[in-house]
Design a protein around this ligand. Structure first.
Ligand SMILES: CC(C)(COP(=O)(O)OP(=O)(O)OC[C@H]1O[C@@H](n2cnc3c(N)ncnc32)[C@H](O)[C@@H]1OP(=O)(O)O)[C@@H](O)C(=O)NCCC(=O)NCCS
Length: 224
């Protein structure tokens, strides 16, 4: 995974790469303390803070990721909020001046403890091949399993199982994307860890074969 900060590793050209794999970040996006993998894309006016995107993952317009760890091949639609931070509602005031006192008063300091708590306990984690629909909001501390789908406009308050589809507000289980035995085989296969060249060989099968036929062809055929 490459640092976004400009000291990216040299790209490793592959015979099957249609571009060099360097992350693509729109000039209007704002990133701080972030790590982006190969072939990642960050679109217009995206805001990311202390977050990472695994290889091939992309974030569409106006979305925000705060303290969020994202696996490989995740598709994050526009206007999504991954980790809508909570204010300290148990304090006398829940306004930020209690934890960012430095912004208001001479000699006062940032409440580092509160920040650390938000970063660690509140971290949002996405597995691999997760699709987050338009305008979804994921609340702090939620983990979304590999292969899961989050419907448009969801507010996700609880963890989402691998290969589950959730929808609504609060997000509720709608159905499995794939039955558990197929999901299990996909998790074993872990195609998201394949090399770029292996993916180039498999992509036509991914598009044309149904999932069972794909698994039957590729299970055990490729080193996992
Ligand atoms: C979640 C989703 C993938 C489900 O698709 P699906 O399995 O084909 O679901 P269906 O259309 O058969 O709907 C099943 C039920 O869930 C409801 N539902 C579907 N999506 C919903 C959503 N986002 N929020 C609330 N309810 C939803 C439907 O109304 C339907 O309810 P009913 O049975 O009472 O009529 C899809 O609806 C969705 O939200 N896609 C995201 C699209 C998007 O954001 N694209 C952005 C570009 S990347």
């Amino acid at each position: 995974m490459n640092e976004k900060t400009g000291n990216n590793e040299p790209s490793r050209h592959s015979p099957s790469a249609s571009r060099d794999g360097e992350p693509s970040i729109h000039t209007s996006a704002s990133l701080h303390d972030c790590k982006l993998g190969r072939f990642c894309e960050v679109k217009e006016r995206v805001l990311m803070r202390s977050s990472s995107l695994g290889d091939y993952s992309y974030v569409e317009r106006h979305s925000e990721l705060i303290y969020t760890q994202t696996g490989r091949f995740c598709a994050i639609a526009a206007d999504v909020r991954l980790n809508a931070l909570n204010h300290p509602i148990d304090r006398v005031s829940q306004h930020k001046f209690t934890y960012r006192a430095n912004e208001y008063f001479v000699g006062k300091k940032l409440d580092h403890g509160f920040r650390e708590q938000r970063m660690e306990e509140g971290r949002v984690v996405l597995g691999h091949d997760v699709w987050i629909g338009h305008g979804a909001i994921v609340l702090p501390g939620v983990t979304i399993g590999t292969g899961a789908v989050v419907g448009a406009g969801c507010v996700v308050t609880r963890n989402v199982e691998p290969y589950a589809i959730v929808a609504g507000t609060p997000a509720r289980f709608l159905r499995w994307r794939f039955e558990p035995d197929i999901a299990h085989r996909l998790l074993q296969l872990a195609w998201w860890n394949w090399s770029h060249d292996q993916l180039a060989d498999a992509v036509d099968d991914m598009a044309r074969l149904d999932v069972l036929a794909f698994l039957d062809k590729h299970d055990g055929g490729i080193e996992i």
